[in-house]
Design a protein around this ligand. Structure first.
Ligand SMILES: Nc1ncnc2c1ncn2[C@@H]1O[C@H](COP(=O)(O)OP(=O)(O)OP(=O)(O)O)[C@@H](O)[C@H]1O
Length: 332
């Protein structure tokens, strides 16, 4: 088997609680192994522990326990080797907004020890590759969000790293800019054999880009595999029922649970989701039962298993519910 380019073994990280709050265990035995040339997607809602993992693997933070290796180097013992082997594109923009695109790239190249002429060559090459040739001479503050993000990724590539870390690379981008970056990430892994660790809370992004997907929940990897394999493990169909009124007393849930071939019923506001052996036979039965009890329904949809269903299976809640629960938690 090929040597893993990335390894995280039983990582634990606890943050001290702010002002009388209890300590927070951000990572709770997180483990994964990624072969060279693979895009690992770390998928999880806000607060799942994705950024903490990236910080530990990029030597910016230390785990309380566990080990991690990047390109064969230990993140504690061989920090310099790890830093040389990696490119890191943080969540927040990293380019100097007052400098031009080319100035940012040149500075980065010089910091990584390239000669002036090599730095110019590399900067020109990267501007071209990311379609930023024309904008290269302009101050970065005049760039669109998508252009800034492309420059951030270009900055992470100046020294030709073997492993690239992209922390939520497309958050806040419009669909077109997101699609552009997806193509670029695919090219890096496909044509250049680069190993990429990408964190995301977009199911669609994980589905499209991840050669290997790790679903992270409460600081642990709860499911791992290719998106296709994870979806294929779920047999049958998913049924989603939109009710006019939320099922606050659980009547509808109980009603559905009695029907044959229906399981894993989850209530999410006005929506009930369930797994069924066959959508074609389950839907008439569901509609009949609801009609009998005069429960008004807005819509019923049947779909093949999605990553959201995979998430639901392994965490017991839908991805959307996990995201909004976390946002509420943060606001409290
Ligand atoms: N420096 C810190 N001090 C205290 N708590 C922290 C710190 N950094 C992260 N946390 C907490 O640790 C948990 C995991 O955070 P982390 O940023 O790793 O999650 P994430 O999955 O990357 O989320 P997001 O998608 O929002 O970036 C969260 O509850 C977060 O509030």
């Amino acid at each position: 088997m090929a040597k893993p380019a990335l390894e995280a073994i039983e990582l634990v990280k606890t943050y001290r609680g702010a002002r009388k709050k209890p300590p927070l265990r951000a990572l709770d035995g997180l483990t994964f192994h990624v072969p060279e040339g693979v895009v690992l997607g770390l998928l999880g809602p806000n607060g799942a522990g994705k950024s903490t993992t990236v910080k530990i693997l990029t030597t910016l933070s230390r785990a309380d326990s566990g080990t991690a290796r990047v390109a064969g180097h230990d993140v504690i013992r061989d920090q310099d080797e790890v830093r040389r082997a990696i490119g890191y594109v943080p969540q927040k923009p990293s380019a100097d907004p007052m400098a031009t695109g080319i100035e940012n790239l040149l500075l980065s190249g010089r910091i990584y020890g390239l000669s002036r002429s090599d730095a110019i060559r590399r900067a020109t090459e990267l501007l071209q590759r990311f379609g930023l040739e024309e904008a290269g001479g302009r101050q970065v503050r005049t760039y669109s969000g998508g252009m800034q993000r492309k420059l951030d990724v270009a900055l992470g590539l100046v020294h030709r790293p073997r492993v690239l870390f992209l922390d939520e690379p497309t958050t806040g981008l419009d669909p077109e800019a997101r699609a552009d970056l997806w193509i670029e990430v695919e090219r890096l892994a496909g044509e250049e054999g680069m190993t990429v660790l990408l964190t995301t809370h977009y199911l669609e992004e994980a589905d499209r880009l991840a050669g290997q997907l790790a679903i992270v929940d409460h600081g642990k990897v709860v499911a791992e595999g290719t998106p296709e394999a994870l979806k294929a493990e779920l047999r049958g169909d998913s049924v989603s029922i939109e009710l006019v009124d939320a099922d606050t007393d659980g009547t509808v849930r109980t009603l559905l649970a009695r029907l044959p071939g229906i399981g894993e019923i989850v209530v999410d506001g006005n929506t009930l989701r369930a797994r069924v052996d066959s959508g074609a036979t389950a839907v008439p039965a569901v509609l009949g039962a609801l009609e009998e009890k005069a429960v008004p329904v807005t819509a019923v949809t049947v779909s093949r298993p999605s990553l959201d269903d995979v998430y639901l299976r392994y965490t017991g809640r839908s991805f959307r519910a996990a995201e909004s629960a976390d946002t509420e938690g943060m606001a409290a």
